[in-house]
Design a protein around this ligand. Structure first.
Ligand code: ADP
Ligand code: MG
Length: 245
């Protein structure tokens, strides 16, 4: 299934600004694809369109044989596309465990017993089991981010969209998060990861799609893409010199 998830010629304009221009790429099941690009290049807009927060002006998006462009966010989520935001969203007064269960029940994709088991696995993997029954508000900012991240995995997603998962979190938590992503990926989940953190993305993703001013300027194996002149140039303004380690 080479064209399991496809973005085909997607464009989006905000007033005078062409945020995305004929963006196309496709993803196979089980891939982990990094989406990188300078600030303002359209990365978040692309995730917003995939997850149904905006309809594209033109272009199509398909998951399997289903056209999803223009569907509202709850329908897109119901098809198994999970989205994590740059800003943390939790029920602060519910316990850590309850925050996970709410998602499972809301999507109706699993029974109570299965949901509890899954929640406990996720809490263990995220090193949050000790906080299981504490209110979410009592977690540190970084732990809240981990928990929100965990909520994405309660509904057994087919495709996970992450927007800057490593932004402003402590290196220890970042390591936990990266390990968790790797484990979920090995378990068969497919990821699109938007990130500024080139070393982290390079470490996780065998393939990169690069956006610059709303267009795809490179798409391919990570090492090849990072060696592309156009990509190096797109980043020079941000002080990046193409050597990601
Ligand atoms: N809702 C919106 N209304 C107007 N302009 C927007 C909106 N969302 C994004 N933009 C603009 O679109 C461009 C791409 O933004 P964004 O997708 O957030 O970039 P990135 O995530 O790559 O930094 C930016 O110039 C941004 O200001
Ligand atoms: Mg962004």
């Amino acid at each position: 299934m080479d064209n399991w998830f496809t973005v085909q010629a997607v464009s989006k304009r905000f007033f005078g600004l062409q945020a995305l221009q004929a963006v196309s790429f496709s993803v196979s099941p089980g891939e982990m694809v990094g989406i990188i690009g300078p600030n303002g290049s359209g990365k978040t807009t692309l995730l917003n369109i995939i997850s149904g927060y905006y309809a594209p002006d033109t272009g199509t998006i398909r998951l399997g044989h289903t056209r999803i462009d223009g569907l509202p966010p709850n329908r897109v989520a119901g098809l198994g596309i999970a989205r994590m935001f740059q800003i943390t969203r939790l029920f602060r007064r519910l316990s850590v465990l309850e925050n996970l269960l709410v998602v499972a029940y809301a999507t109706g994709r699993s029974g109570e017993r299965e949901a509890l088991e899954r929640a406990d696995q996720i809490l263990a993997a995220l090193h949050l089991e000790g906080m299981r029954d504490e209110p979410a508000a009592s977690l540190s900012g970084g732990q809240q981010k981990l928990l929100e991240f965990g909520t994405c995995f309660m509904a057994n997603p087919q495709l996970v969209l992450l927007d800057e998962p490593f932004a402003s979190i402590h290196p220890t938590l970042k390591e936990i998060l990266a390990t968790f992503i790797r484990e979920r990926h090995q378990a068969g989940e497919t990821f699109l990861i938007v990130s500024h953190d080139i070393p982290a993305v390079v470490d996780l993703c065998p393939r990169l799609v690069v956006l610059s001013a709303g267009t795809v300027i490179a798409d391919g194996p990570t090492a090849t893409v990072l060696d592309t002149d156009q990509v190096i140039e797109a980043y020079l303004g941000e002080g990046w010199h193409g050597t990601a380690s």
